[in-house]
Design a protein around this ligand. Structure first.
Ligand code: ISJ
Length: 295
């Protein structure tokens, strides 16, 4: 399928980009609901745990192996030739097809913050989301005396959990790296407002220029409502169910915190980092022409 951003006459319309970010909220929430079905399974995030992987000469974690194998196939299918797709794995194979002729929308850059995304996801999101699933699981199984407390963390679903982790990580990565399109949209609307701060390397001034508090506030309100609705359990007759952990299929506060503490700040970091590189390779004449132009 063609990349989202090229499916419009004006791929740099901020409203259109924001509608793509809005739609990615749904993808992220539903993939987190999928992950919340499985226990934490902390061993799949630790390196050197599975001798079977060492036998394959792979020294990373179970999840890193899933990322490597998945992204190697996707790379051959030319996924990462698209400017809105960024891999977690380095050293991927070349595409088997030539890259599509994407319009040159972004200024050339190599910004990739997936290492940060992987770190906060493993450290701060999975333990909180999956604990919800374990409690739900325990809530149901403990009533039948099937499991004890020590089984809360590991349900053996290493393949299923890692498969969903890859989906969550890819959705968060796309969402955060869309900050480049947001940044290019804002820059191209008023280059003169950004150029002096870019030339001074003034990250604080650039951060203040790209930050839209009201947009963030509305997003967090919308996100909470979506998570509450999508996570609602229903009985067979369609009546909403009070949940045994009174949070439905997912920890709604965790979804909001994911955006407020991680996704939005990282998106803004990318916007500023992209701006700092926006004039690289341009002549003084080109910069002056930009400074005197407004859309
Ligand atoms: C993405 C934008 O830039 C910033 C980042 C936002 C986010 O990550 O949700 C929202 C508003 C801005 O502070 C935007 O202006 O839409």
């Amino acid at each position: 399928m063609q990349a989202n951003y090229t499916l419009s006459r004006n791929p740099l319309s901020l409203d259109r980009i924001r509608s793509i970010l809005n739609r990615l909220e749904d993808t992220i929430i539903f993939s987190l609901i999928e992950r919340a079905q499985f226990a934490h399974n902390p061993k799949i995030y630790e390196r050197g745990v599975f001798n079977e992987l060492k036998a394959l000469q792979f020294n990373g974690s179970w999840l890193e192996w899933f990322l490597k194998e998945t992204e190697a196939f996707h790379a051959k299918a030319r996924r990462y030739t698209s400017p809105d797709e960024y891999p977690f794995t380095s050293g991927l194979p070349d595409p088997v097809l030539p890259a599509p002729d994407y319009p040159p929308i972004l200024h050339p850059n190599k910004i990739n913050v997936n290492a940060s995304i992987l770190s906060f996801y493993i450290r701060s999101i999975v333990p909180r989301i999956s604990v919800q699933a374990s409690l739900t699981l325990a809530c149901l199984k403990r009533s039948k005396g099937i499991i004890g407390d020590d089984e809360l963390e590991d349900d053996g679903n290493y393949g299923s959990a890692a498969t969903v982790d890859v989906e969550v990580l890819q959705a968060i990565s796309k969402r955060v790296h869309y900050g480049k399109f947001v940044s290019e949209s804002k820059f191209s609307q008023d280059p003169a407002a950004f150029i002096p701060h870019i030339q001074k390397g003034d990250t604080e001034a650039l951060a203040a220029l790209i930050t839209k508090p009201e947009v963030e506030r509305r997003l967090l309100v919308r996100l909470r409502k979506k998570a509450m609705l999508y996570a609602q359990d229903f009985a067979s007759d369609g009546e909403p169910l009070p949940n045994c952990t009174n949070k439905g299929k997912i920890d709604v506060d965790c979804v909001v915190d994911l955006y407020e503490s991680y996704i939005i700040p990282l998106t803004k970091e990318i916007e500023v980092e992209y701006l700092l590189k926006r004039l690289e390779g341009l002549s003084q004449e080109e910069i002056e022409k930009l400074a005197n132009s407004t859309l």
